[in-house]
Write a protein that binds this ligand. Structure first.
Ligand SMILES: Cc1cc2nc3c(=O)[nH]c(=O)nc-3n(C[C@H](O)[C@H](O)[C@H](O)COP(=O)(O)OP(=O)(O)OC[C@H]3O[C@@H](n4cnc5c(N)ncnc54)[C@H](O)[C@@H]3O)c2cc1C
Length: 408
């Protein structure tokens, strides 16, 4: 069977890519090892995703955002980053720059479901479920996917959207910078007695980070990071004990806690591909850049990268050129690196500082948080990316006035 593009992985990135590729007239073969039911009715995986304004617009353009029940979407009006229990907070206030929110929180399984419904309706997409891709062969003129059951599919271009531990990336010999943070993140929904006022909190505690992601009503997604051993201890607790053990770690920020959802643990590994393309192959989503969840950017970068790749492929397609040619892939690689590298690097450095509990690291942490000069560009970069505001405008407002030149 022949397709224009062969997409490996029907997660958010693979689904968005397939839907957009179908919209520009390409014939897509989409492969996922999950069952049809698993993709159509994804199970709750505990992840609540902070969807940036730009990603929301992309999902809206595809007709996916409208498929999400509005009562399941919760706005983030502002965000505060705190160092331990210290009262000082770095405040992200989008209203100060004319935006009404930093983004919206939506469950990952609802995002996947909405995107699946959009992709499943496109006549140009053929979806293969229970389809474990066993290998990809690339030549000067074709890309060929081989499934575990022996079936073979050929196309002009292959797209790897097969998680941050992408086998396709590895088989293609593309190296990746992998950073094991040596930490495990536990996520789970909780009800609480005090309101959050739709403020997201990030607390850099000395014994591991925490986040409060505001959901509708007096409920939040509570995120905590620990070393693996401590995470196992917290995962083994009853709901009641878990709530009691979590309360003091939040220092009363949202009052008393009660578990209202299942807890899920994720080991934290950051991944950055040394290249996002090879002959007749492009990496998208986590297969290209697997972000630490702290900056809420994995999904967001993934679908923005897809929109960018589609723009380049669309030019190639309209010009009647080879989709697997290097020009479009090289342009995507350049644009996506420019978009992702500054924040990826910043996150690595920040997490290095915040997962080190030595006295000098604690001092450095306080200095960084208090030093507006150092944090302002990083803070503005993050805020601009989430609320879809021009970074240049934010920075221009804070630049000193130009020096007066002497008149001759
Ligand atoms: C706790 C947590 C919180 C997060 N919060 C945020 C947030 O707030 N904001 C944000 O932007 N991002 C967030 N992220 C990141 C976000 O969830 C990911 O970036 C996103 O899900 C990646 O999508 P993807 O399509 O690239 O990969 P995945 O969702 O991993 O999908 C990959 C797909 O490929 C399939 N597959 C893999 N190998 C094969 C194979 N060989 N053959 C066939 N199929 C295969 C899998 O079955 C799967 O369906 C968070 C992540 C975590 C863990």
């Amino acid at each position: 069977m022949y397709f224009d593009v062969l997409v490996i992985g029907a997660g958010p990135a693979g689904l968005v890519f397939s839907a957009m590729a179908a919209d520009i007239g390409l014939k897509v073969g989409l492969f996922d090892r999950q069952s049809k039911d698993g993709l159509a009715k994804p199970k709750n995986d505990g992840r609540d995703i902070a969807v940036s304004e730009r990603s929301r617009k992309i999902m809206y353009g595809l007709g996916a955002w409208q498929k999400i029940d509005p009562t399941k979407i919760s706005p983030i009006r502002d965000a505060k980053v705190m160092d331990g229990d210290a009262p000082f907070a770095l405040h992200f206030n989008p209203q100060s720059a004319g935006a009404d929110r930093l983004g919206n929180i939506v469950s990952n399984h609802l995002i996947r479901k909405a995107l699946y419904e959009v992709a499943a309706k496109k006549p140009n997409i053929t979806l293969f479920t229970d389809a474990q891709v066993a290998g990809l062969t690339r030549t000067a003129s074709t890309a060929t996917v081989r499934l575990e059951d022996g079936s073979v599919f050929t196309g002009q271009l292959a797209i790897a959207a097969d998680t941050r531990f992408s086998q396709i990336r590895r088989d293609a010999g593309i190296k990746a910078n992998m950073h094991d943070f040596g930490q495990t993140m536990i996520v789970g929904r909780m009800a609480h007695t005090k309101p959050h006022n739709h403020t997201a909190y990030e607390l850099f505690r000395y014994d591991g980070g925490m986040a409060v992601l505001p959901l509708n009503g007096n409920t939040s997604s509570i995120v905590q990071t620990f070393c693996a051993q401590e995470a196992a201890r917290f995962m083994a607790m009853s709901d009641k004990d878990y709530a009691r053990a979590t309360e003091p770690r939040l220092a009363g920020l949202v009052g008393e806690l009660k578990c209202i959802g299942k807890r899920v643990a994720y080991p934290l590994v950051g991944v950055y591909g040394k290249a996002f393309y090879a002959q007749r192959l492009a990496l998208i989503g986590d297969a290209a850049v697997g972000m630490h969840p702290v900056t809420a950017h994995g999904f967001n970068f993934g679908i923005q990268g897809v929109a960018n790749l589609i723009k380049h492929l669309s030019h190639t397609h309209n010009a009647g050129l080879d989709l697997g040619g290097a020009q479009a892939l090289r342009a995507y690689n350049k644009d996506h690196r420019r978009l992702t590298w500054p924040l990826y690097q910043m996150t690595e450095k920040m997490m290095g500082l915040y997962t080190n509990n030595t006295a000098p690291a604690r001092l450095a942490r306080k200095a960084v948080l208090h030093s507006a000069n150092i944090m302002t560009p990083a803070k503005d970069l993050l805020m601009a990316r989430l609320a879809d505001m021009p970074v240049a405008k934010l920075l221009a407002d804070k630049l000193p006035p130009p020096p007066r030149l002497p008149r001759f």
